[in-house]
Design a protein around this ligand. Sequence first.
Ligand code: A3P
Length: 346
Amino acid sequence: MRLASGHVAVQLEGEELAKIQRDFEGYRKGLVRLAPGGWVLPAPYPKYADKLYNTKFRETDVVIMTYPKCGTTWTQEVVWTMRNNPNLDHPKASAPISVRSPFIDSDMLMAMGKEGSTSLMSEFLKGVVPDPDPNEGIALQLTAHTPDPRTIKTHLPFSLMTPDLLDTTKVIYVARNPKDVVLSFLHHTRFMKNISYVGSLEQFVDYFVNDQLIYGPYWEHLREAWPRRDHPNMHFVFYEDMKADPMAELRKLNHFLGTDLTEEQLEKIVQYTSFEEMKKHEQDALQGKNMATFVNEEVVKKDGGFYRKGEAGGWKDRLTDMQAAKIDAWTKKNTLDLGINFKYSI
Ligand code: A3P
Protein backbone atom coordinates (compact mmCIF):
# COMPACT_ATOMS: atom_id res chain seq x y z
CA MET A 1 0.00 0.00 0.00
CA ARG A 2 1.44 3.39 -1.05
CA LEU A 3 1.12 6.21 1.49
CA ALA A 4 0.96 9.98 1.01
CA SER A 5 4.49 10.20 2.45
CA GLY A 6 5.71 8.17 -0.54
CA HIS A 7 6.41 5.09 1.60
CA VAL A 8 5.10 1.65 0.76
CA ALA A 9 3.64 -0.31 3.70
CA VAL A 10 3.98 -4.08 3.64
CA GLN A 11 2.50 -6.44 6.25
CA LEU A 12 5.08 -8.55 8.07
CA GLU A 13 4.48 -12.23 7.38
CA GLY A 14 5.90 -15.75 7.48
CA GLU A 15 8.44 -16.82 10.08
CA GLU A 16 9.33 -13.24 11.06
CA LEU A 17 5.75 -12.41 12.02
CA ALA A 18 5.17 -15.80 13.67
CA LYS A 19 8.24 -15.30 15.90
CA ILE A 20 7.26 -11.74 16.81
CA GLN A 21 3.71 -12.83 17.64
CA ARG A 22 5.02 -15.60 19.90
CA ASP A 23 7.08 -13.09 21.86
CA PHE A 24 4.70 -10.12 21.70
CA GLU A 25 1.35 -11.66 22.51
CA GLY A 26 -0.48 -8.35 22.08
CA TYR A 27 0.53 -8.02 18.42
CA ARG A 28 -2.36 -10.18 17.23
CA LYS A 29 -3.15 -7.73 14.42
CA GLY A 30 0.43 -7.83 13.16
CA LEU A 31 2.87 -5.16 12.07
CA VAL A 32 3.81 -3.34 8.89
CA ARG A 33 7.23 -2.34 7.60
CA LEU A 34 7.67 0.75 5.43
CA ALA A 35 10.04 1.24 2.55
CA PRO A 36 12.18 3.26 2.43
CA GLY A 37 13.42 3.58 6.01
CA GLY A 38 12.40 0.16 7.30
CA TRP A 39 9.99 1.74 9.81
CA VAL A 40 8.16 -0.94 11.79
CA LEU A 41 4.69 0.10 12.93
CA PRO A 42 1.48 -1.52 14.20
CA ALA A 43 -0.73 -3.02 11.48
CA PRO A 44 -3.43 -0.29 11.86
CA TYR A 45 -0.88 2.44 10.97
CA PRO A 46 -1.84 2.72 7.25
CA LYS A 47 -5.41 3.60 8.28
CA TYR A 48 -4.12 6.77 9.97
CA ALA A 49 -0.90 7.37 8.01
CA ASP A 50 -2.15 9.91 5.48
CA LYS A 51 -4.11 11.85 8.10
CA LEU A 52 -0.98 12.03 10.23
CA TYR A 53 1.20 13.00 7.28
CA ASN A 54 -1.26 15.67 6.12
CA THR A 55 -1.75 17.18 9.58
CA LYS A 56 -0.82 20.84 9.41
CA PHE A 57 0.60 22.31 12.56
CA ARG A 58 0.23 25.83 13.87
CA GLU A 59 2.85 28.43 14.66
CA THR A 60 1.79 28.23 18.29
CA ASP A 61 2.28 24.44 18.47
CA VAL A 62 5.24 22.69 20.01
CA VAL A 63 5.83 19.13 18.82
CA ILE A 64 7.79 16.79 21.08
CA MET A 65 9.30 14.08 18.91
CA THR A 66 11.12 11.03 20.28
CA TYR A 67 11.77 7.36 19.80
CA PRO A 68 9.82 5.63 22.63
CA LYS A 69 11.20 5.63 26.17
CA CYS A 70 13.55 8.58 25.79
CA GLY A 71 11.77 10.73 28.39
CA THR A 72 8.85 11.93 26.29
CA THR A 73 6.35 12.22 29.13
CA TRP A 74 8.82 14.09 31.32
CA THR A 75 9.54 16.58 28.52
CA GLN A 76 5.80 16.91 27.78
CA GLU A 77 5.07 17.73 31.41
CA VAL A 78 7.94 20.22 31.59
CA VAL A 79 6.95 21.98 28.36
CA TRP A 80 3.19 21.92 29.04
CA THR A 81 3.80 23.33 32.52
CA MET A 82 6.17 26.03 31.30
CA ARG A 83 3.66 27.12 28.67
CA ASN A 84 0.33 26.59 30.43
CA ASN A 85 0.95 26.45 34.14
CA PRO A 86 3.97 28.60 35.01
CA ASN A 87 2.65 29.42 38.48
CA LEU A 88 1.48 25.87 39.18
CA ASP A 89 -2.12 26.95 39.71
CA HIS A 90 -3.84 25.66 36.55
CA PRO A 91 -7.18 24.05 37.53
CA LYS A 92 -6.76 21.16 35.03
CA ALA A 93 -3.09 20.41 35.68
CA SER A 94 -3.92 17.09 37.33
CA ALA A 95 -5.74 15.76 34.24
CA PRO A 96 -3.77 12.97 32.51
CA ILE A 97 -0.95 14.31 30.36
CA SER A 98 -2.41 12.47 27.34
CA VAL A 99 -5.50 14.71 27.56
CA ARG A 100 -3.62 18.00 28.06
CA SER A 101 -0.89 17.18 25.56
CA PRO A 102 -2.18 14.78 22.90
CA PHE A 103 -0.14 11.85 21.57
CA ILE A 104 -1.12 12.34 17.94
CA ASP A 105 -0.14 8.93 16.56
CA SER A 106 -1.55 6.82 19.40
CA ASP A 107 -4.71 5.72 17.56
CA MET A 108 -2.85 2.85 15.90
CA LEU A 109 -1.61 1.67 19.31
CA MET A 110 -5.09 1.79 20.78
CA ALA A 111 -6.40 -0.10 17.75
CA MET A 112 -3.95 -2.91 18.59
CA GLY A 113 -5.54 -3.56 21.95
CA LYS A 114 -8.88 -5.00 22.95
CA GLU A 115 -11.91 -2.94 21.95
CA GLY A 116 -12.31 -1.88 25.59
CA SER A 117 -9.22 0.28 25.52
CA THR A 118 -10.59 2.33 22.62
CA SER A 119 -13.92 2.88 24.33
CA LEU A 120 -12.13 3.84 27.53
CA MET A 121 -10.04 6.35 25.63
CA SER A 122 -13.24 7.70 24.04
CA GLU A 123 -14.16 8.82 27.54
CA PHE A 124 -11.37 11.36 27.25
CA LEU A 125 -13.10 12.96 24.29
CA LYS A 126 -16.17 13.83 26.30
CA GLY A 127 -16.31 17.53 26.88
CA VAL A 128 -13.28 18.15 24.63
CA VAL A 129 -14.58 17.12 21.20
CA PRO A 130 -18.14 18.29 20.43
CA ASP A 131 -19.20 15.35 18.22
CA PRO A 132 -16.63 12.58 18.65
CA ASP A 133 -16.46 9.74 16.13
CA PRO A 134 -14.40 6.82 17.54
CA ASN A 135 -13.72 5.56 13.98
CA GLU A 136 -11.94 8.75 13.04
CA GLY A 137 -9.07 8.40 15.49
CA ILE A 138 -9.43 9.56 19.06
CA ALA A 139 -5.98 11.09 19.32
CA LEU A 140 -6.34 12.87 15.99
CA GLN A 141 -9.64 14.43 17.10
CA LEU A 142 -8.26 15.31 20.51
CA THR A 143 -5.29 17.00 18.85
CA ALA A 144 -7.54 18.98 16.51
CA HIS A 145 -9.68 20.21 19.41
CA THR A 146 -6.94 20.96 21.92
CA PRO A 147 -6.91 24.71 22.51
CA ASP A 148 -3.81 26.75 21.73
CA PRO A 149 -1.05 26.65 22.72
CA ARG A 150 -0.82 22.93 21.92
CA THR A 151 2.06 20.70 23.07
CA ILE A 152 1.82 17.61 20.88
CA LYS A 153 3.68 14.33 21.30
CA THR A 154 4.74 12.04 18.48
CA HIS A 155 6.97 8.99 18.21
CA LEU A 156 6.93 9.23 14.42
CA PRO A 157 10.13 10.31 12.65
CA PHE A 158 10.37 13.42 10.48
CA SER A 159 9.78 11.53 7.22
CA LEU A 160 6.30 10.42 8.31
CA MET A 161 5.19 13.92 9.30
CA THR A 162 4.33 16.89 7.09
CA PRO A 163 7.52 17.98 5.26
CA ASP A 164 7.00 21.64 6.26
CA LEU A 165 6.81 20.84 9.99
CA LEU A 166 9.86 22.89 10.97
CA ASP A 167 8.84 25.82 8.75
CA THR A 168 5.79 26.45 10.91
CA THR A 169 6.31 24.80 14.25
CA LYS A 170 8.85 24.38 17.04
CA VAL A 171 10.06 20.80 17.49
CA ILE A 172 11.81 19.42 20.56
CA TYR A 173 13.61 16.17 19.85
CA VAL A 174 14.49 14.06 22.89
CA ALA A 175 17.27 11.46 22.69
CA ARG A 176 18.46 8.91 25.24
CA ASN A 177 21.31 6.43 25.47
CA PRO A 178 20.09 3.32 23.60
CA LYS A 179 21.38 1.02 26.37
CA ASP A 180 18.94 2.62 28.81
CA VAL A 181 16.23 2.86 26.15
CA VAL A 182 16.30 -0.89 25.55
CA LEU A 183 15.66 -1.65 29.24
CA SER A 184 12.95 0.96 29.56
CA PHE A 185 11.30 -0.32 26.38
CA LEU A 186 11.53 -3.94 27.57
CA HIS A 187 9.65 -2.99 30.72
CA HIS A 188 7.08 -0.99 28.76
CA THR A 189 6.34 -3.86 26.39
CA ARG A 190 5.92 -6.25 29.32
CA PHE A 191 3.47 -4.18 31.32
CA MET A 192 1.37 -2.74 28.49
CA LYS A 193 -1.36 -5.24 27.70
CA ASN A 194 -1.63 -4.21 24.05
CA ILE A 195 1.97 -5.43 23.61
CA SER A 196 2.43 -8.16 26.27
CA TYR A 197 6.04 -9.12 25.55
CA VAL A 198 6.83 -12.52 27.07
CA GLY A 199 10.35 -13.14 25.69
CA SER A 200 13.71 -12.65 27.38
CA LEU A 201 15.96 -9.61 27.74
CA GLU A 202 18.47 -11.33 25.46
CA GLN A 203 15.88 -11.66 22.69
CA PHE A 204 14.67 -8.12 23.25
CA VAL A 205 18.18 -6.74 22.70
CA ASP A 206 18.24 -8.68 19.42
CA TYR A 207 14.88 -7.24 18.35
CA PHE A 208 16.28 -3.77 19.13
CA VAL A 209 19.54 -4.06 17.20
CA ASN A 210 17.78 -5.88 14.34
CA ASP A 211 15.44 -2.87 14.03
CA GLN A 212 12.31 -4.96 14.60
CA LEU A 213 10.74 -2.92 17.42
CA ILE A 214 7.93 -0.50 16.63
CA TYR A 215 8.88 3.09 15.73
CA GLY A 216 12.36 1.87 14.81
CA PRO A 217 14.92 1.72 13.41
CA TYR A 218 16.15 3.65 16.48
CA TRP A 219 19.19 5.09 14.67
CA GLU A 220 17.26 6.04 11.57
CA HIS A 221 14.90 8.03 13.81
CA LEU A 222 17.85 9.96 15.24
CA ARG A 223 19.63 10.25 11.91
CA GLU A 224 16.62 12.07 10.44
CA ALA A 225 16.58 14.54 13.35
CA TRP A 226 20.28 15.21 14.02
CA PRO A 227 21.08 17.07 10.77
CA ARG A 228 18.20 19.45 11.53
CA ARG A 229 19.62 20.39 14.96
CA ASP A 230 20.69 23.92 13.95
CA HIS A 231 17.31 24.86 12.47
CA PRO A 232 15.93 27.80 14.51
CA ASN A 233 12.71 25.85 15.18
CA MET A 234 14.53 22.75 16.37
CA HIS A 235 15.78 22.01 19.88
CA PHE A 236 17.60 18.85 20.95
CA VAL A 237 17.32 17.54 24.49
CA PHE A 238 19.33 14.61 25.85
CA TYR A 239 17.73 12.68 28.72
CA GLU A 240 21.12 12.44 30.43
CA ASP A 241 21.52 16.24 30.41
CA MET A 242 18.05 16.67 31.91
CA LYS A 243 19.02 14.26 34.69
CA ALA A 244 22.41 15.87 35.32
CA ASP A 245 21.25 19.48 35.42
CA PRO A 246 17.50 19.99 34.86
CA MET A 247 17.72 23.71 35.67
CA ALA A 248 20.24 24.27 32.85
CA GLU A 249 17.97 22.41 30.40
CA LEU A 250 14.89 24.35 31.51
CA ARG A 251 16.78 27.62 30.99
CA LYS A 252 17.53 26.54 27.42
CA LEU A 253 13.90 25.55 26.91
CA ASN A 254 12.79 28.89 28.35
CA HIS A 255 14.85 30.61 25.68
CA PHE A 256 13.75 28.29 22.87
CA LEU A 257 10.06 28.48 23.77
CA GLY A 258 10.15 32.22 24.50
CA THR A 259 8.28 31.58 27.76
CA ASP A 260 10.23 34.21 29.68
CA LEU A 261 9.87 32.53 33.06
CA THR A 262 11.84 33.71 36.08
CA GLU A 263 14.54 31.63 37.78
CA GLU A 264 12.17 31.07 40.67
CA GLN A 265 9.40 29.79 38.38
CA LEU A 266 11.85 27.46 36.63
CA GLU A 267 13.13 26.10 39.95
CA LYS A 268 9.58 25.32 41.05
CA ILE A 269 8.88 23.57 37.74
CA VAL A 270 12.04 21.47 38.13
CA GLN A 271 10.67 20.30 41.49
CA TYR A 272 7.14 19.81 40.20
CA THR A 273 8.34 17.65 37.28
CA SER A 274 10.90 15.62 39.23
CA PHE A 275 10.70 11.85 38.92
CA GLU A 276 9.38 11.50 42.48
CA GLU A 277 6.59 14.06 41.95
CA MET A 278 5.49 12.65 38.61
CA LYS A 279 5.53 9.12 40.01
CA LYS A 280 3.16 10.20 42.81
CA HIS A 281 0.59 11.30 40.24
CA GLU A 282 0.93 8.02 38.40
CA GLN A 283 0.18 6.08 41.55
CA ASP A 284 -3.18 7.85 41.77
CA ALA A 285 -3.88 7.04 38.11
CA LEU A 286 -2.87 3.38 38.45
CA GLN A 287 -5.38 2.94 41.21
CA GLY A 288 -8.13 4.05 38.81
CA LYS A 289 -10.70 1.31 38.27
CA ASN A 290 -10.04 0.98 34.53
CA MET A 291 -6.28 0.58 34.66
CA ALA A 292 -6.46 -3.23 34.45
CA THR A 293 -7.69 -2.73 30.86
CA PHE A 294 -4.31 -1.27 29.92
CA VAL A 295 -1.65 -2.65 32.22
CA ASN A 296 -0.50 -5.98 33.56
CA GLU A 297 -0.89 -5.33 37.26
CA GLU A 298 1.46 -8.13 38.29
CA VAL A 299 4.32 -6.63 36.29
CA VAL A 300 3.54 -3.17 37.66
CA LYS A 301 3.55 -4.47 41.23
CA LYS A 302 6.91 -6.19 40.75
CA ASP A 303 8.84 -3.84 38.45
CA GLY A 304 6.94 -0.54 38.42
CA GLY A 305 4.71 1.27 35.95
CA PHE A 306 5.41 4.12 33.53
CA TYR A 307 7.84 5.60 36.06
CA ARG A 308 10.22 2.68 36.48
CA LYS A 309 13.62 3.95 37.65
CA GLY A 310 14.11 7.34 36.02
CA GLU A 311 17.91 6.99 35.91
CA ALA A 312 20.68 7.53 33.42
CA GLY A 313 23.16 4.66 33.19
CA GLY A 314 20.99 2.02 34.87
CA TRP A 315 21.97 -0.36 32.06
CA LYS A 316 25.30 -1.01 33.82
CA ASP A 317 23.47 -3.14 36.41
CA ARG A 318 21.28 -5.05 33.99
CA LEU A 319 22.96 -5.66 30.63
CA THR A 320 25.58 -8.38 30.33
CA ASP A 321 28.95 -7.42 28.78
CA MET A 322 27.88 -9.29 25.64
CA GLN A 323 24.58 -7.42 25.37
CA ALA A 324 26.26 -4.04 25.94
CA ALA A 325 28.92 -4.91 23.35
CA LYS A 326 26.23 -5.84 20.83
CA ILE A 327 24.52 -2.46 21.27
CA ASP A 328 27.89 -0.67 21.13
CA ALA A 329 28.83 -2.34 17.84
CA TRP A 330 25.45 -1.44 16.35
CA THR A 331 25.83 2.13 17.68
CA LYS A 332 29.27 2.49 16.15
CA LYS A 333 28.05 1.27 12.78
CA ASN A 334 25.18 3.75 12.80
CA THR A 335 26.89 6.84 14.19
CA LEU A 336 30.08 7.01 12.15
CA ASP A 337 28.76 9.88 10.05
CA LEU A 338 26.74 11.69 12.74
CA GLY A 339 29.58 13.99 13.80
CA ILE A 340 32.16 13.84 16.54
CA ASN A 341 30.04 15.79 19.00
CA PHE A 342 27.19 13.31 18.87
CA LYS A 343 26.65 12.21 22.44
CA TYR A 344 26.34 8.46 22.02
CA SER A 345 29.15 7.96 19.50
CA ILE A 346 31.67 5.48 20.83
P1 A3P B 1 12.82 4.20 32.93
O1 A3P B 1 12.00 3.07 32.40
O2 A3P B 1 14.29 4.03 32.64
O3 A3P B 1 12.57 4.48 34.37
P2 A3P B 1 8.75 7.92 27.85
O4 A3P B 1 7.98 8.95 28.57
O5 A3P B 1 9.37 8.38 26.58
O6 A3P B 1 7.95 6.65 27.71
O7 A3P B 1 10.03 7.56 28.75
C1 A3P B 1 9.85 6.85 29.94
C2 A3P B 1 11.14 6.90 30.73
O8 A3P B 1 11.31 8.21 31.27
C3 A3P B 1 11.08 5.94 31.92
O9 A3P B 1 12.42 5.52 32.14
C4 A3P B 1 10.58 6.88 33.01
O10 A3P B 1 10.82 6.42 34.32
C5 A3P B 1 11.40 8.12 32.69
N1 A3P B 1 10.83 9.34 33.31
C6 A3P B 1 9.56 9.76 33.30
N2 A3P B 1 9.42 10.90 34.02
C7 A3P B 1 10.64 11.19 34.49
C8 A3P B 1 11.13 12.24 35.30
N3 A3P B 1 10.35 13.20 35.77
N4 A3P B 1 12.47 12.24 35.59
C9 A3P B 1 13.28 11.27 35.11
N5 A3P B 1 12.86 10.24 34.34
C10 A3P B 1 11.55 10.20 34.03
